[in-house]
Design a protein around this ligand. Structure first.
Ligand code: ADP
Ligand code: GLC
Length: 493
């Protein structure tokens, strides 16, 4: 059985990249962006990466002429499944785990259309983990043998356990994209998913009486990565460790923080098809046309000189949206305009709707998911607001810098690693790229927005800041090299 692929000459190593979402096929958040871009960047530097993803309806519908490369009908305790193979537009080989009874249904990857977690998630992601482990062991039905299995988040967290208990399992790595999501299930899941009973203990995948997919990954993987150096340090302590801090600090020598990159083709203001007018750092004047188009689209007053704040976010506590909503009436008096895109917590959605109703022409709101509008906000807004309480990496502050839209961020996780606060000194040395505040409160957020507005009205300062933002290099190449170095270290090469 062969898999179509672009030949990687003398590939040093082969890596199976197991993930529960991948852009552009299926996306709920940043993990999809990473899965869509990092494997391609790794292939560019000679790593033979192939991606494994579940065959959700949305994925299956978009596959062009998939080949069946394996039948997986003898995995004890699991329903029958098949592996389909295609090559993505960026040349990355994709293995799709086709199991209609688990994955083909109306709704999202993790939840029903009503927002409830699927009741069979343990089985759904147990199978994904199991298949990743099979492909990383001698039992694989393929003629390709990865040297290492790269897992992502809890949905693939059991793969390191299955590999550990397989006689010839490849080494594994787990990348934490968000420690808050852990995949904790009743202990019966251990038997259901055919894991050895001995694995259910403190030295194993037990987490406060539950069986935890994420704890399994953190315990059994040979190495742990997370998506920024600062978050790697933060999660070793109680405040942001979500109960895993003990294990993580014990394993700190096997824990590496690597800042995410961005897809600089997809997020390029000079060639972005969604923009009213393309622009670049050499000719940033085009940004004004995008502001006007965004104001028009979201029924905001057409006012070129009123600062326009952009927000693209899941509406959750994590993202600090509650604090932002709290100060909206004050912001509207300044005046400031707000372009908001997102969805999530029903109470926050309602609060946002009420504010949009109360301040017509000042608040533009779109509840839902829109790739197109997200690009238009990055380009059309003057500043981008991201007051996350915690943020493993965060991608929108990277996109906004590339689009010359300085971000306003809380100093946490990857936000602190990727945005340099605007001060006299950082402006002078050319590093200033946004506004960073400590202490996530509505008051501090408000004060920082005021500070950004002061800078906005100083044309020279603002132009310098935007130019600094656009000069920064967040391409995947650096991160891909860091991942390759970790793979080599794990393999002792
Ligand atoms: P997280 O994964 O925690 O939600 P990230 O900043 O890493 O946060 O990534 C979020 C990704 O999802 C970004 O690509 C962002 O543009 C996108 N996104 C979030 N909400 C929406 C939305 N409502 N519409 C379109 N894109 C969205
Ligand atoms: C998670 C995190 C986010 C990160 C993304 C991709 O969703 O919340 O901070 O950027 O994963 O790694």
């Amino acid at each position: 059985m062969s898999i179509p692929e672009r030949k990687i000459e003398m590939a040093e190593l082969g890596v199976l990249f197991a993930t529960s979402e991948i852009a552009p096929l299926i996306k709920t958040g940043g993990l999809a962006d990473v899965s869509g871009a990092l494997p391609a960047a790794l292939r560019e530097i000679g790593v033979d990466v192939r991606v494994l993803v579940p065959g959700y309806s949305q994925v299956i519908e978009q596959l062009a002429e998939p080949q069946v490369v394996a039948n997986l009908d003898d995995l004890p305790g699991f329903p029958m499944a098949r592996l389909l193979s295609v090559t993505m537009a960026n040349d990355v080989p994709l293995l799709v785990l086709d199991c209609p009874v688990l994955y083909q249904r109306e709704g999202g990857p993790y939840q029903s259309p009503e927002g409830q977690d699927w009741s069979d998630n343990a089985m759904r992601f147990g199978l994904l983990s199991k298949v990743a482990a099979v492909l990383g062991s001698g039992a694989t039905p393929l003629d390709w043998h990865p040297d290492l299995v790269h897992c992502n988040d809890w949905q693939t967290g059991l793969a390191p356990a299955y590999l550990h208990f397989a006689p010839d399992g490849a080494p594994s790595l787990i990348a934490i994209h968000n420690l808050a999501f852990q995949g904790n299930f009743p202990p019966e899941a251990v038997q259901l998913l055919h894991l050895p009973p001995s694995s259910f203990g403190i030295e194993g995948l037990e987490f406060y009486g539950k069986m935890s997919f994420l704890k399994s990954g953190l315990f059994y993987a040979d190495h742990i990565t997370t998506v920024s150096p600062n978050y790697a340090a933060e999660i070793q302590h109680e405040a942001l460790g979500f109960g895993m801090q003990g294990l993580l600090s014990k394993r700190r020598d096997s824990l590496t923080g690597i800042l995410n990159g961005i897809d600089t083709e997809e997020w390029n203001p000079a060639s972005d098809p969604y923009l009213a007018k393309p622009y670049s750092s050499a000719n940033i004047t085009g940004k004004a046309a995008n502001k006007k188009a965004l104001q028009h689209k979201l029924a905001l007053d057409i006012e070129p000189d009123v600062p326009l704040l952009g927000v693209i976010s899941r509406f959750t506590e994590q993202k600090g949206l509650d604090a932002l909503l709290e100060i909206v009436p004050l912001l509207c008096e300044l005046p400031v305009q707000l372009a908001m895109l997102g969805s999530g917590d029903p109470d926050m959605q309602n609060a946002a709707r009420e504010l949009a109703h109360r301040f017509p022409g000042r608040i533009g709101l779109h509840i839902g998911f829109s790739e197109e509008l997200s690009h238009q906000i990055e380009a059309g807004a003057d500043m981008f607001v991201m007051p996350s309480r915690f943020e493993p990496c965060g991608l929108n502050q990277l996109y906004s810098q590339r689009y010359g839209t300085p971000p306003i961020v809380h100093a946490t996780g990857g936000l602190a690693d990727s945005v340099v606060d605007c001060t006299a000194a950082s402006l002078a040395d050319g590093t200033a790229s946004g506004f960073v505040f400590n202490g996530m409160t509505a008051v501090n957020l408000y004060a920082t927005i005021l500070r950004s507005i002061d800078a906005y009205h100083d044309r020279h300062k603002w132009d310098t800041l935007c130019a600094n933002c656009m000069r920064k290099d967040f391409s995947w190449e650096t991160s891909a090299k860091a991942y390759r170095a970790v793979y080599m270290k794990v393999l002792g090469r």
